[in-house]
Design a protein around this ligand. Structure first.
Ligand code: FDA
Length: 378
């Protein structure tokens, strides 16, 4: 073995694929029973509808190198992501755009009129002086839109009143003064034609790659553990950086999600893939209806059944799946301390969203892995 990779998410698999193509013998271990990290998906058995097991994953990128690379393993559908939100029993388009504004104010503002209105409403606070997330939100888009679409949703995401959240949690709240409600601004977007797992498996399908699942790097009863490999073989580690150092500099904090999945005996529950719930009286943040991610599969998906997943957000404990870095001042100090420790590890390369404690979209994880391969490992 020339290289050991801990974690079979997009970061680990990209390194594995590049190394194998360059003639290196690679072993990839993952503590889960499947490959692919958080991008893993599986067909719901009763309906055959593909469900993303760790939350909805939409591929999008403006990076030509990444786009060329991912197209070696999968074709993409022409799915374009759009999100709606329910507020006081009325459905509005997101991100906040001219359609949202005109529907909310029961008006027919032109782009310039809407801009002038939002600027006037936003004058209540100065974004530079905002003492908390609430003041920042109002300074960015004005109180009425903030209270309708941001306040309660944010409180549900963080289980915290936005008045008690730091202003820097949001840097900007995009408002579009057109009717364009495409969710992503990227050059390319789409979903893998035959699913995420087929894509991920093709990346690992090489005689130089061996994958060992249900194998935890910190389990010393299995041979590919930290104690017996560091210094013996180059390691790419994509698990949580604080866990690697046995939490020596404290625990980095994360938010996690709980998913409540249900098969319903109806053809269509909400007419779209993602519906957010903006108000405090609904405990979940959003509902996904997975069949709508693949309208091109209409001929093989059932017409009388659908799969919906309600999503709840909360702070993670050590036993939970870490999803989004909380990134408090303590976390940032902890991360710097872990980066110092990481420098002292012989031939261990920390990568991916857990290894570097940062939120990475898939194209960013793949792009970062390609850079690590080219600049440090090749
Ligand atoms: P990832 O977490 O995928 O993989 C790390 C792997 O390491 C895991 O499989 C884990 O089991 C393994 N591991 C950890 N500790 C280990 C140990 N001790 N021993 C062995 N293995 C270990 N992106 C995007 O582009 N569009 C989107 O719509 C979304 N949506 C989205 C929703 C949600 C809820 C989340 C949390 C994330 C997204 N993402 C996303 C981001 C996407 O999930 C992310 O880019 C990739 O998961 C990053 O891949 P990594 O390989 O870095 O981590």
């Amino acid at each position: 073995m020339d290289l050991l990779i801990v974690g079979s998410g997009f970061f680990g698999l990209t390194i594995a694929e590049r190394a194998a193509a360059a003639g290196r013998k690679v072993t990839v271990i993952d503590r889960r029973h499947h490959i692919g990290g958080n991008a893993y998906s599986a067909d719901e058995p009763e309906t055959g509808i593909e469900v993303h097991q760790y939350g909805a994953h939409l591929f999008h990128t403006s990076n030509p190198t990444v786009w060329e690379y991912v197209n070696r393993f999968t074709k993409f559908t022409n799915y374009v992501h759009r999100v709606y939100t329910t507020h006081k029993n009325v459905v509005f388009p997101l991100p906040i755009n001219l359609g949202t504004i005109n529907q909310f104010f029961q008006a027919a503002y032109t782009p310039d009129q809407a801009k002038a209105l939002v600027q006037e409403l936003a004058g209540e606070f100065d974004a530079k002086d905002a003492a908390n997330l609430e003041e920042k939100g109002i300074a960015l888009i004005g109180r009425p839109l903030y209270e309708a679409f941001i306040r309660d949703y944010t409180a549900k995401q963080w289980q915290t009143d936005p008045k008690d959240l730091p202003a820097e949690v949001i840097s900007r709240l995009p408002v579009r003064y057109t009717y364009d409600n495409r969710y992503f601004n990227d050059t390319w977007e789409g979903l893998p034609v035959d699913g995420y797992t087929a894509w991920l498996e093709r990346m690992a399908d090489h005689p130089n790659i061996e994958v060992k699942l249900s194998t935890d790097y910190f389990d010393e009863s299995q041979p590919l553990n930290k104690k017996d490999t560091v210094g013996q073989v180059p390691v790419v580690y994509t698990g949580p950086v604080d866990r690697y150092f046995d939490y020596a500099e404290g625990e980095l904090s994360w938010r996690t999600l709980d998913f409540e999945q249900e098969v319903l005996p109806i053809g269509d529950f909400q007419g779209t893939s993602v519906m957010n719930y903006a108000d405090a009286d609904v405990p979940y943040t959003r509902i996904h209806e997975f069949k709508h991610f693949h309208p091109e599969r209409a001929d093989r998906y059932p017409t009388d059944k659908t799969v919906v997943v309600r999503e709840y957000s909360r702070f993670a404990t050590r036993a939970d799946e870490p999803y989004y870095p909380v990134n408090t001042a303590d976390d940032r100090a902890g991360l710097l301390a872990y980066r110092e420790l990481a420098k002292g590890e012989r031939d261990v390369h920390f990568g991916g969203r857990l290894g570097t404690y940062q939120y990475l979209d898939m194209h960013m994880a793949i792009g970062a892995a390609l850079s690590m391969w080219n600049n440090q490992l090749a």
